[in-house]
Design a protein around this ligand. Structure first.
Ligand SMILES: CC(C)(COP(=O)(O)OP(=O)(O)OC[C@H]1O[C@@H](n2cnc3c(N)ncnc32)[C@H](O)[C@@H]1OP(=O)(O)O)[C@@H](O)C(=O)NCCC(=O)NCCS
Length: 186
């Protein structure tokens, strides 16, 4: 496939939740799709860390014609008991759409599915980091209500900086605002 060309989005794209039985069929495609745009490739253990524990928070967009992978989102949800009260924090770890299918709302649909799945599991908030120069990702997340909570200078190995974005899913009570890992109020 020529990734430089724009494709016509197949009608009736299929969105499915990842399951362990799909590993042999889709994990190589997931790794290849995500690593194309990463400055620091992840080992297979990183993928398995997320996919084995939080398969219910990972979704794929498939081409209905041949079931090939067009997009994927990988997330987790953990309780941070050091916070008072404990915070249920969702995290979007990876998101990618194959280049010819970008700009059609595929990532927006995947992120919405992940938000719904985390909200259903009572998440208080969802966080992620994205490169400050990644305009499509920043636009997509801010359109869905994510706010910039912090700038992370030289966050990536290639030296570029990131924004931490947060989507608050519960009404915000400033008196209960937790400190984040760096000791700053989010
Ligand atoms: C970021 C990414 C997932 C978006 O996927 P997508 O399916 O094209 O996303 P959507 O179509 O749902 O929305 C993309 C938004 O970015 C905008 N956009 C796309 N390309 C753009 C560009 N070059 N400049 C400015 N805006 C752009 C779109 O117009 C859309 O915003 P809008 O709806 O407000 O117009 C995709 O570009 C990608 O896989 N990038 C490489 C991996 C990556 O960066 N992942 C995110 C890491 S946090």
């Amino acid at each position: 496939m020529d990734l430089g060309q724009h494709a016509t989005l197949p009608a009736d794209l299929r969105y499915i939740q990842y399951e362990h039985v799909l590993e042999a069929r889709y994990l190589p495609a997931i790794r290849s799709l995500i690593s194309k745009d990463l400055s620091e490739p992840y080992s297979i253990y990183v993928y398995r860390y997320f996919l084995c524990q939080w398969a219910h928070l990972c979704f794929m967009a498939l081409n209905p014609e041949d079931s090939s992978l067009i997009g994927v989102i990988i997330c987790k949800l953990e309780v941070h008991s050091s916070h008072s009260p404990p915070t249920r924090r969702g995290y979007i770890a990876m998101l990618a759409v194959a280049a010819p299918y970008r700009g059609y709302g595929v990532a927006t649909s995947l992120v919405k599915m992940a938000i719904d799945a985390m909200a259903k599991r009572n998440a208080d908030e969802i966080v992620l980091e994205t490169e400050e120069t990644n305009i499509p990702a920043m636009r997509l997340y801010e359109r869905l209500g994510f706010l910039r909570s912090k700038k992370l200078h030289r966050y990536y190995l290639n030296g570029s900086s990131a924004y931490r974005l947060v989507l608050l899913l519960k009404p915000f009570d400033p008196s209960l605002a937790p400190d984040d890992e760096d000791g700053q109020i989010l």
